[in-house]
Design a protein around this ligand. Structure first.
Ligand code: MG
Length: 317
């Protein structure tokens, strides 16, 4: 199936809407201002001035309106960054396939939960997802992610899991490593999305890699259902397929929302990461609200817990 995208002015947008007016269809996707379907082509126009043509007649229809990359792929479909990521070898044009991706957040932060999201982006949704502002999440600010996430959640089949601190500490103290906790959450999120997909199969599943394949599956060996089919693992996966980038954004926003809730409880904005500022804030909470309160909003096995206790003890003297 052909795909073409052109960028046009407001004036041209009016012409396009007039031209296809009799074939107009309703599409309630975010960012879409006009959509039409003719016998061999679907036309979707976005607020940004981009118009997407999909189908056998895509090249012909797009050529009516402006310069197109001849027979080429979508303009933003660049070569994957496989050269800098490590992991499984991905098929050619992986970025254009239907992929279920997963990623996690919060594992390096003393305060707040671990969150994992999995997200399915079908090939024909890739342009829309890009249009919604999804790109490598490392290039987006927290505020940008907060704006994008609701559209993604409304548009894409996804699952997001928040492992709160009380449960996290309990599971960790039972002897489960962070790697195992992550593996269990990824597997669970993927399972949820596959169930919601109702029998539709992704071309591939891509996990943003945090452990070697053998280690990952060893963590899961006692699980009743283990997702294995077409699973690829790669580091920096958010740059390899928009499904992982979208999952990363959804996971991040779930993390931020839980941090908002915990900050309100603590009466102070909880800092991210695990640096000296974190120790200071933790010590203040310790002095004000006690050990159990601090424990209930942190990953207690981090060395920050001890440092906070030392700082608090000095202040008590
Ligand atoms: Mg990751």
């Amino acid at each position: 199936m052909g795909n073409q995208v052109i960028q046009i002015s407001n004036e041209e947008m009016k012409n396009i809407m007039n031209h296809y007016a009799t074939s107009k269809i309703t599409r309630n996707a975010p960012g879409v201002i006009f959509a039409a379907k003719i016998s061999d082509t679907a036309i979707t126009a976005y607020k940004s001035g981009k118009v997407l043509f999909q189908g056998a007649g895509a090249d012909r229809e797009a050529a009516r309106w402006g310069p197109v990359s001849p027979g080429g792929p979508l303009p933003a479909t660049k070569k994957t960054t496989a050269s800098i990521s490590k992991g499984d070898k991905l098929p050619a044009n992986f970025a254009e396939l239907s992929v279920l991706g997963s990623d996690e957040t919060g594992t390096g932060d003393f305060f707040g939960p671990v969150t994992v999201a999995a997200c399915f982006v079908r090939a024909d949704q890739i342009e829309l997802v890009r249009e919604l502002g999804v790109k490598d999440s490392k290039q987006l600010t927290d505020d940008a992610m907060r704006r994008i996430a609701p559209d993604l959640q409304a548009t894409l089949i996804h699952s997001v899991l928040t492992l709160g601190n009380v449960k996290y500490n309990e599971v960790q103290q039972q002897g489960n490593s962070q790697g195992k906790i992550k593996a269990l959450l990824h597997n669970q999120a993927l399972k949820h999305v596959l169930r919601k997909m109702n029998g539709e199969k992704p071309d591939y599943i891509l996990i943003d890699q945090f452990a070697q394949r053998g280690v990952y599956y060893n963590h899961l060996k006692l699980e009743p259902e283990i997702i294995r089919e077409n699973v690829l693992l790669s580091t920096k996966a958010e740059g390899l397929h928009l499904s992982v980038a979208a999952a990363s954004i959804i996971a991040r926003v779930a993390f931020l929302e839980e941090m908002d809730r915990l900050s309100a409880l603590a009466g102070i904005t909880l800092p991210k990461g695990a640096g000296p500022r974190v120790d200071e804030v933790a010590a203040r909470i310790l002095l004000k609200s006690g050990t159990e309160a601090l424990k209930s909003m942190t990953k207690w096995h981090f060395s920050n817990a001890r440092k906070a206790q030392q700082i608090a003890n000095k202040k008590r003297l």
